[in-house]
Design a protein around this ligand. Structure first.
Ligand SMILES: [Zn+2]
Length: 162
């Protein structure tokens, strides 16, 4: 039983490694920048669309088993639209791409950060507008086509509340 689980884990690792190699060759993705982790904890404090059910985490098992080894497993349920997430084109356009159909090279690439945290700090309902983008371009030059634009609002400093 234990040997079988180990074999399955190794098989999965090999598949993921091969997949990554193939994906890089197929999409010709190169990288010489800095990876930035944009994730936040997904839990009961994560904001969701008001009509959606929130996050629920259940413990299946956590602790020492009768076999004498530690084991933990959980299950969770969550609405699609909560916290920081990606909305596929199909969200509002029938027949368009679902998240799994979006090519990886569309989700990685050169990025810029437009910092509006001072404006948000002054007025929490501040709406980012064209002048924020124009001001960034005045200081840094025109944004190249295909550039990923990240907006730093600083809202994380106000806590993740519903
Ligand atoms: Zn959404």
């Amino acid at each position: 039983m234990t040997h079988s689980k180990t074999t399955s884990a190794l098989h999965l690792f090999v598949c993921l490694t091969l997949f990554n190699s193939c994906a890089r060759e197929k999409n010709n993705i190169s990288f010489d920048g800095t990876w930035i982790d944009l994730s936040y904890t997904y839990d009961t404090q994560t904001p969701y669309w008001p009509t959606a059910e929130g996050f629920q985490l259940d413990t299946v098992f956590e602790g020492m088993t009768a076999g004498g080894y530690y084991y933990s497993a959980y299950q969770f349920q969550s609405a699609e639209h909560g916290g920081t997430h990606i909305d596929a084109p199909v969200h509002f356009a029938q027949g368009k791409q679902t998240v799994d159909e979006i090519p990886l090279d569309k989700l990685t690439g050169d990025a810029i950060v437009i910092d509006v945290k001072d404006s948000v700090s002054d007025y929490i309902d501040y709406q980012i507008n064209v002048s924020d983008i124009e001001n960034w371009e005045k200081e840094n030059g025109r944004i190249k086509d295909g550039t990923i634009v990240l907006l730093r609002t600083g809202l994380v400093n106000f806590g993740q509340t519903k």
